[in-house]
Ligand binder design. Sequence first.
Ligand SMILES: [Zn+2]
Length: 266
Amino acid sequence: MRDEARRFARALVCTSTDERPCEQCRECQRSSEGDGTVELDGSGKSGPLFRHIGDHPDLYWVDKGPGGTRVRIGQIRAAQRALRLGANEGGYRVLVIADAEWLNQNAQNSLLKLLEEPPDRTTLILASSSSAPLAATIRSRCQKVRFADETGMSLRGDDLPEDRAMVLRRFDTIDRAGLPQLLDWAEEYRGNRATAAEAVEVLLEVGSSWLGERVRSEVDAGNKDLRTKLDAHKTLAQCRKDLVQRNANPQMVAERALLAVRRSLV
Ligand SMILES: [Zn+2]
Protein backbone atom coordinates (compact mmCIF):
# COMPACT_ATOMS: atom_id res chain seq x y z
CA MET A 1 0.00 0.00 0.00
CA ARG A 2 2.89 2.35 0.66
CA ASP A 3 4.12 1.67 -2.85
CA GLU A 4 0.69 2.37 -4.25
CA ALA A 5 0.42 5.63 -2.31
CA ARG A 6 3.85 6.67 -3.54
CA ARG A 7 2.97 5.82 -7.13
CA PHE A 8 -0.27 7.79 -6.80
CA ALA A 9 1.55 10.87 -5.46
CA ARG A 10 4.22 10.69 -8.15
CA ALA A 11 1.55 10.37 -10.85
CA LEU A 12 -0.02 13.62 -9.65
CA VAL A 13 3.06 15.68 -10.53
CA CYS A 14 4.23 13.71 -13.59
CA THR A 15 3.97 15.84 -16.73
CA SER A 16 3.47 13.00 -19.18
CA THR A 17 0.22 12.93 -21.10
CA ASP A 18 0.52 9.18 -21.35
CA GLU A 19 0.78 6.62 -18.59
CA ARG A 20 1.79 8.14 -15.26
CA PRO A 21 4.23 8.09 -13.58
CA CYS A 22 6.16 7.85 -16.84
CA GLU A 23 9.60 7.51 -15.19
CA GLN A 24 10.99 9.70 -17.99
CA CYS A 25 10.03 13.30 -17.34
CA ARG A 26 11.90 15.67 -15.06
CA GLU A 27 9.29 15.34 -12.30
CA CYS A 28 9.52 11.56 -12.34
CA GLN A 29 13.29 11.64 -12.21
CA ARG A 30 13.16 13.90 -9.18
CA SER A 31 10.51 11.83 -7.42
CA SER A 32 12.11 8.48 -8.06
CA GLU A 33 13.45 6.71 -5.00
CA GLY A 34 16.22 4.21 -4.76
CA ASP A 35 16.33 1.66 -1.98
CA GLY A 36 17.88 3.99 0.54
CA THR A 37 15.31 6.46 1.78
CA VAL A 38 15.87 8.44 4.95
CA GLU A 39 14.27 6.82 7.99
CA LEU A 40 11.90 9.09 9.86
CA ASP A 41 11.62 9.45 13.60
CA GLY A 42 8.46 10.95 15.09
CA SER A 43 10.40 12.40 18.02
CA GLY A 44 12.88 14.02 15.66
CA LYS A 45 15.85 12.55 17.55
CA SER A 46 17.28 9.94 15.22
CA GLY A 47 15.78 11.19 11.98
CA PRO A 48 13.68 13.92 10.38
CA LEU A 49 9.96 14.30 11.10
CA PHE A 50 9.05 14.12 7.41
CA ARG A 51 10.83 13.81 4.12
CA HIS A 52 10.33 14.32 0.41
CA ILE A 53 9.58 11.58 -2.12
CA GLY A 54 12.89 11.22 -3.89
CA ASP A 55 14.17 14.77 -3.90
CA HIS A 56 11.01 16.25 -5.31
CA PRO A 57 10.38 19.54 -3.47
CA ASP A 58 6.59 19.36 -3.85
CA LEU A 59 6.06 15.78 -2.67
CA TYR A 60 6.04 15.27 1.09
CA TRP A 61 6.02 12.00 2.97
CA VAL A 62 5.22 11.19 6.60
CA ASP A 63 5.25 7.78 8.27
CA LYS A 64 5.78 6.52 11.80
CA GLY A 65 9.36 5.51 11.13
CA PRO A 66 10.89 2.10 11.78
CA GLY A 67 11.05 2.59 15.55
CA GLY A 68 7.81 4.49 16.02
CA THR A 69 4.49 3.21 17.28
CA ARG A 70 2.55 6.30 16.29
CA VAL A 71 2.45 9.03 13.66
CA ARG A 72 2.88 12.03 15.91
CA ILE A 73 1.38 15.48 15.96
CA GLY A 74 4.83 17.06 15.61
CA GLN A 75 5.21 15.32 12.27
CA ILE A 76 1.87 16.57 10.99
CA ARG A 77 2.65 20.10 12.15
CA ALA A 78 6.08 20.08 10.56
CA ALA A 79 4.71 18.86 7.24
CA GLN A 80 1.87 21.37 7.50
CA ARG A 81 4.30 24.25 7.99
CA ALA A 82 6.30 23.14 4.98
CA LEU A 83 3.13 22.99 2.88
CA ARG A 84 2.07 26.46 3.93
CA LEU A 85 5.36 27.91 2.74
CA GLY A 86 3.99 27.61 -0.78
CA ALA A 87 4.65 25.41 -3.77
CA ASN A 88 8.29 25.39 -4.60
CA GLU A 89 7.64 24.86 -8.26
CA GLY A 90 4.48 26.93 -8.48
CA GLY A 91 2.63 23.73 -9.18
CA TYR A 92 0.93 20.90 -7.48
CA ARG A 93 1.82 19.57 -4.05
CA VAL A 94 1.10 16.30 -2.37
CA LEU A 95 1.46 15.16 1.23
CA VAL A 96 1.33 11.42 1.81
CA ILE A 97 0.65 10.24 5.32
CA ALA A 98 1.57 6.58 5.26
CA ASP A 99 0.66 4.50 8.32
CA ALA A 100 -2.41 6.72 8.72
CA GLU A 101 -3.98 4.04 10.92
CA TRP A 102 -1.26 4.94 13.44
CA LEU A 103 -2.17 8.62 13.73
CA ASN A 104 -2.79 9.37 17.37
CA GLN A 105 -5.74 11.44 18.49
CA ASN A 106 -3.85 14.72 18.68
CA ALA A 107 -2.33 14.18 15.27
CA GLN A 108 -5.78 13.44 13.87
CA ASN A 109 -7.16 16.66 15.34
CA SER A 110 -4.32 18.64 13.86
CA LEU A 111 -4.83 16.95 10.51
CA LEU A 112 -8.52 17.79 10.59
CA LYS A 113 -7.75 21.50 10.34
CA LEU A 114 -5.56 20.85 7.34
CA LEU A 115 -8.30 18.79 5.70
CA GLU A 116 -10.87 21.49 6.36
CA GLU A 117 -8.78 24.25 4.85
CA PRO A 118 -6.20 22.65 2.60
CA PRO A 119 -3.73 24.99 0.91
CA ASP A 120 -4.37 25.62 -2.79
CA ARG A 121 -3.51 22.90 -5.25
CA THR A 122 -2.56 20.50 -2.53
CA THR A 123 -3.61 16.89 -2.24
CA LEU A 124 -3.41 14.97 1.02
CA ILE A 125 -3.19 11.21 0.81
CA LEU A 126 -3.86 9.17 3.93
CA ALA A 127 -2.65 5.66 3.26
CA SER A 128 -4.13 3.25 5.75
CA SER A 129 -4.72 -0.49 5.79
CA SER A 130 -8.09 0.22 7.37
CA SER A 131 -10.15 3.36 7.73
CA ALA A 132 -11.62 2.21 11.05
CA PRO A 133 -8.95 3.81 13.29
CA LEU A 134 -9.56 7.19 11.66
CA ALA A 135 -12.11 9.52 13.22
CA ALA A 136 -15.42 9.85 11.37
CA THR A 137 -14.72 13.57 10.95
CA ILE A 138 -11.54 12.70 9.04
CA ARG A 139 -13.16 9.96 6.98
CA SER A 140 -16.02 12.20 5.91
CA ARG A 141 -13.55 14.71 4.47
CA CYS A 142 -11.66 12.13 2.44
CA GLN A 143 -12.37 10.43 -0.84
CA LYS A 144 -11.80 6.73 -0.38
CA VAL A 145 -9.63 5.07 -3.00
CA ARG A 146 -9.03 1.35 -2.78
CA PHE A 147 -5.51 0.36 -3.59
CA ALA A 148 -4.91 -2.92 -5.35
CA ASP A 149 -3.23 -4.72 -2.50
CA GLU A 150 -5.79 -3.75 0.07
CA THR A 151 -7.24 -6.88 1.58
CA GLY A 152 -10.92 -7.48 2.03
CA MET A 153 -13.74 -7.21 -0.42
CA SER A 154 -12.68 -5.34 -3.50
CA LEU A 155 -15.05 -3.34 -5.65
CA ARG A 156 -14.78 -5.79 -8.53
CA GLY A 157 -13.93 -8.99 -6.68
CA ASP A 158 -15.55 -12.32 -7.41
CA ASP A 159 -16.92 -12.24 -3.89
CA LEU A 160 -19.05 -9.19 -4.59
CA PRO A 161 -22.68 -9.92 -3.62
CA GLU A 162 -25.14 -9.87 -6.52
CA ASP A 163 -27.05 -6.76 -5.39
CA ARG A 164 -23.80 -4.78 -5.33
CA ALA A 165 -22.58 -6.23 -8.61
CA MET A 166 -25.82 -5.12 -10.24
CA VAL A 167 -25.48 -1.55 -8.94
CA LEU A 168 -21.84 -1.52 -10.02
CA ARG A 169 -22.75 -2.49 -13.60
CA ARG A 170 -25.13 0.41 -13.73
CA PHE A 171 -22.57 2.89 -12.46
CA ASP A 172 -20.27 1.63 -15.20
CA THR A 173 -22.68 2.99 -17.79
CA ILE A 174 -23.76 6.12 -15.94
CA ASP A 175 -21.73 8.31 -18.32
CA ARG A 176 -24.29 7.58 -20.98
CA ALA A 177 -27.36 7.96 -18.78
CA GLY A 178 -29.55 11.01 -19.24
CA LEU A 179 -31.76 12.67 -16.67
CA PRO A 180 -34.84 10.49 -17.41
CA GLN A 181 -32.87 7.27 -16.90
CA LEU A 182 -31.46 8.55 -13.62
CA LEU A 183 -34.91 9.51 -12.38
CA ASP A 184 -36.20 6.07 -13.38
CA TRP A 185 -33.34 4.47 -11.52
CA ALA A 186 -34.10 6.49 -8.38
CA GLU A 187 -37.77 5.61 -8.67
CA GLU A 188 -36.91 1.98 -8.07
CA TYR A 189 -36.29 2.92 -4.44
CA ARG A 190 -39.95 3.40 -3.61
CA GLY A 191 -42.23 1.39 -1.41
CA ASN A 192 -41.43 -0.05 2.00
CA ARG A 193 -39.05 2.42 3.61
CA ALA A 194 -36.83 -0.04 5.46
CA THR A 195 -36.23 -2.14 2.34
CA ALA A 196 -35.73 0.90 0.12
CA ALA A 197 -33.39 2.57 2.61
CA GLU A 198 -31.27 -0.55 2.80
CA ALA A 199 -31.02 -0.68 -0.98
CA VAL A 200 -30.09 3.02 -1.16
CA GLU A 201 -27.34 2.43 1.40
CA VAL A 202 -25.91 -0.16 -0.98
CA LEU A 203 -26.25 2.34 -3.81
CA LEU A 204 -24.33 4.98 -1.84
CA GLU A 205 -21.58 2.58 -0.80
CA VAL A 206 -21.02 1.22 -4.28
CA GLY A 207 -21.26 4.74 -5.72
CA SER A 208 -18.56 5.98 -3.33
CA SER A 209 -16.20 3.14 -4.20
CA TRP A 210 -16.93 3.58 -7.88
CA LEU A 211 -16.04 7.28 -7.65
CA GLY A 212 -12.83 6.36 -5.87
CA GLU A 213 -11.90 4.01 -8.67
CA ARG A 214 -12.69 6.71 -11.19
CA VAL A 215 -10.51 9.26 -9.39
CA ARG A 216 -7.68 6.80 -9.45
CA SER A 217 -7.93 6.16 -13.16
CA GLU A 218 -8.22 9.89 -13.87
CA VAL A 219 -5.08 10.59 -11.90
CA ASP A 220 -3.35 7.94 -14.01
CA ALA A 221 -4.70 9.61 -17.14
CA GLY A 222 -3.39 13.02 -16.13
CA ASN A 223 -6.45 14.83 -14.79
CA LYS A 224 -5.40 16.91 -11.82
CA ASP A 225 -8.63 18.70 -11.22
CA LEU A 226 -10.61 16.28 -9.13
CA ARG A 227 -12.76 18.84 -7.37
CA THR A 228 -16.05 17.90 -8.98
CA LYS A 229 -15.58 14.27 -8.03
CA LEU A 230 -14.58 15.16 -4.51
CA ASP A 231 -17.71 17.30 -4.27
CA ALA A 232 -19.82 14.39 -5.50
CA HIS A 233 -18.20 12.21 -2.87
CA LYS A 234 -19.13 14.72 -0.18
CA THR A 235 -22.70 14.73 -1.46
CA LEU A 236 -22.84 10.93 -1.16
CA ALA A 237 -21.61 11.14 2.43
CA GLN A 238 -24.24 13.77 3.17
CA CYS A 239 -26.90 11.58 1.50
CA ARG A 240 -26.01 8.66 3.74
CA LYS A 241 -26.31 10.87 6.79
CA ASP A 242 -29.71 12.15 5.69
CA LEU A 243 -30.86 8.61 5.00
CA VAL A 244 -29.64 7.04 8.22
CA GLN A 245 -29.91 9.86 10.74
CA ARG A 246 -32.68 12.02 9.36
CA ASN A 247 -34.95 9.36 7.87
CA ALA A 248 -34.92 11.09 4.51
CA ASN A 249 -37.01 9.63 1.70
CA PRO A 250 -34.91 6.90 0.02
CA GLN A 251 -36.04 7.77 -3.50
CA MET A 252 -35.15 11.45 -3.01
CA VAL A 253 -31.78 10.52 -1.56
CA ALA A 254 -31.06 8.18 -4.48
CA GLU A 255 -32.03 10.93 -6.90
CA ARG A 256 -29.70 13.45 -5.30
CA ALA A 257 -26.84 10.95 -5.18
CA LEU A 258 -27.20 9.80 -8.79
CA LEU A 259 -27.45 13.34 -10.13
CA ALA A 260 -24.37 14.38 -8.14
CA VAL A 261 -22.34 11.48 -9.54
CA ARG A 262 -23.56 12.11 -13.07
CA ARG A 263 -22.79 15.84 -12.86
CA SER A 264 -19.26 15.17 -11.63
CA LEU A 265 -18.51 13.28 -14.85
CA VAL A 266 -19.27 16.12 -17.23
ZN1 LIG B 1 6.72 11.53 -15.56
